[in-house]
Design a binder for this molecule. Structure first.
Ligand code: MN
Length: 319
């Protein structure tokens, strides 16, 4: 599979690299790293990384302008389904490669390199790079590490296997970069976001069954001066609350006239609930976009049921 991907990359003079809507560090870093790897090893090729940018991640690296291409290869990273691919018109491309770590949703690529046990899309790409022995540089190495560290929440999850640490170690040794600077790029945050985090902690409702949820209305977003994407992403900071097993942010997005529902879990699998509302994601980290807060509250009701079943099951298992 790795060799097949490399062969396909070699075949095309023009390559566009895309990823999912609602950019995050793994999506962005995987596409930037792959772009620069191909540019470094095949300088004669035209390679661009496209998608809607975000002010929040602007300092990580620059995306390229979307342009019309001809007889080009499209590589999509970090995205399991076609409808969530940001900014590209599939009909423009001669061939598509998917590189992903999400649970399988649908196939849309001629070659699909999927490892749903991997921590991140960046990890999948790192393995590809080790196998194909392509030339790298410290910037590429830093991007890959950044995406991996971000999606694994600094190695908090079970995807942090000995093999993963060995892989990281290989990149750190071969193409070293400053870890402290890398972490600053990822984790330095403006004060208003920290204050919004305080708002969420204070206003989160928690049910008897361990469901925590909070609505972040447009008024709140305006009051704290954040954008709705970064407000929604704040959900990741509410792990490890003793009384909360599943937690949800419902963020109003007036620009797109929808509510972004983000769900996280430290117990029950929750992605089937997101899928019911035309969303999706990982077993313990999913999301959906719904038209109204009332609709979002239906997700809350469904999740409460999931938690009730989960706790019944735990009881019968004697936990
Ligand atoms: Mn990812």
């Amino acid at each position: 599979m790795y060799r097949k991907i490399l062969k396909t990359i070699k075949k095309y003079d023009t390559i566009v690299i895309a990823r999912h809507i609602g950019v995050d560090p793994d999506a962005l870093c995987s596409q930037l790293a792959l772009r620069d790897v191909i540019r470094l090893n095949f300088p004669e090729k035209k390679v661009i990384a496209v998608g809607t940018g975000s002010q929040k991640f602007a300092h990580i690296g620059k995306l390229d302008k979307l342009e019309k291409v001809h007889d080009a290869l499209l590589i999509v990273t970090d995205t399991p389904d076609k409808k969530r691919v940001d900014s590209v018109d599939f009909s423009q491309f001669s061939y598509v490669i998917k590189i992903d770590h999400h649970p399988f949703v649908e196939s849309f690529g001629g070659i699909e390199l999927i490892d749903d046990q991997a921590s991140s899309a960046c990890e999948v790409i790192m393995k590809f790079l080790v196998h194909t022995k392509l030339l790298l540089n410290p910037q590429i190495s830093e991007w890959l590490y950044m995406g991996l560290v971000s999606d694994s929440n600094r190695f908090l999850f079970d995807s942090s296997t000995p093999e993963l640490f060995a892989l990281v170690s290989y990149f750190l040794q071969k193409y070293p970069f400053s870890l402290s600077q890398c972490y600053q790029k990822l984790y330095l945050r403006p004060l208003n976001e920290v204050r919004l985090e305080g708002y969420i902690a204070l206003n989160m409702k928690v049910t008897d069954h361990g469901l925590g949820y909070v609505s972040i209305t447009n008024d709140v977003i305006l009051e704290y001066g954040v954008d709705s994407a970064s407000a929604g992403n704040m959900i990741n900071n509410f792990n490890f609350i003793k009384e909360v097993l599943v937690w949800v942010t419902m963020t109003e997005d007036v620009k797109n006239n929808q509510i972004r529902v983000s769900i996280r879990s430290r117990g029950p699998v929750i992605n089937h609930v997101a899928e019911k509302y035309h969303g999706g994601g990982h077993k313990f980290a999913s999301g959906a976009r719904v038209p109204t807060m009332d609709e979002a509250m239906k997700i809350i009701d469904d999740l409460e049921k999931v938690l009730i079943d989960y706790q019944k099951e735990e009881m019968t298992n004697g936990n």
